[in-house]
Design a protein around this ligand. Structure first.
Ligand code: 6GU
Length: 244
């Protein structure tokens, strides 16, 4: 997969050199490049913003530098443009799964009050454009939201997670966990400070372990995220689920 990130704060993405993502890049599974939007400015002050038409507070990012940046970064190859924005559609695990199938993602990180709307409008003539929000709160720019989405997407790429090739048990994952969060996990020792690991986990009975885990996921979802269960279609739950 190829990922390009365009931002006026390229240093914000230094953490992407670390950890699993850094290893995926080193292993050639992921080709990621960060671009400074100011490379496509030509005035002495490398201006990227201006006052909003119609008045109001704050500044809006100028279309010129964005247009040229996208021309150069995308070229004639197929790509999908992601614009992080608090007014975008909510980012979910299903979106991470969907974006992980793409060959080329471009993240355009806005600052200030956002990017002149004509940039997305023009880009949409050439490629799919998605405005995406990571939650109902306001950040200063799309950079931290992009870090979140890049991590959620790249951990799903084949070979990126060292020893864990299956994500079907993740919270929210397609294939059974769509409307559930994961339940509790345990490791050795079997008893710690008087607290015991639930005996079923030591039983070696995989069917019983799977059922117990699903029960625990249901209970935890009921406690922490009841709205996930309320909005789930009926067929999400089997007869045993309904007993929990
Ligand atoms: Cl994607 N961007 C910004 N600036 N704020 C946000 C957001 C994105 N998602 C939630 N708040």
């Amino acid at each position: 997969m190829r990922i390009d990130i365009i931002s006026i704060f390229p240093d914000y993405f230094a953490p992407l050199e670390l950890s699993l993502i850094g290893k995926a890049r080193a292993a050639g599974l992921l080709d990621m490049q960060v671009h400074d939007l100011r490379a496509w400015t030509y005035d002495r002050h490398s201006t990227v913003d201006d006052t909003p038409y119609g008045g109001g507070p704050g500044m809006v990012m100028k279309p010129g530098p964005w247009g040229e940046a996208l021309d150069e970064v995308v070229g004639d190859r197929p790509a999908r443009l992601i614009v992080p924005s608090p007014s975008g559609r909510p980012f979910r695990q299903a979106d991470a799964e969907r974006l992980a199938e793409q060959e080329h993602l471009v993240f355009g990180c806005g600052r200030y009050e956002g990017i002149d709307s004509r940039v997305a409008e023009e880009a949409a003539r050439r490629m799919p454009v998605e405005e995406i929000s990571i939650g109902d709160y306001v950040l200063n720019g799309g950079e931290s939201a992009t870090l979140v989405m890049v991590e959620a997407v790249t951990r799903l790429l084949p070979g990126v997670l060292g020893n864990r090739e299956s994500h079907v048990q993740d919270s929210f994952a397609s294939g059974g966990m769509e409307h559930l969060v994961e339940g509790p996990v345990y490791t050795k020792p079997a008893e710690w400070r008087g607290h015991e690991v639930p005996p079923v986990l030591l039983s070696g009975n995989h069917g019983a372990v799977d059922r117990w885990r699903r029960d625990q996921a249901l209970r935890k979802t009921l406690r922490n995220r009841p709205e996930l269960l309320e909005s789930a279609p009926e067929e999400t739950f089997d007869a045993r689920d309904r007993e929990v």
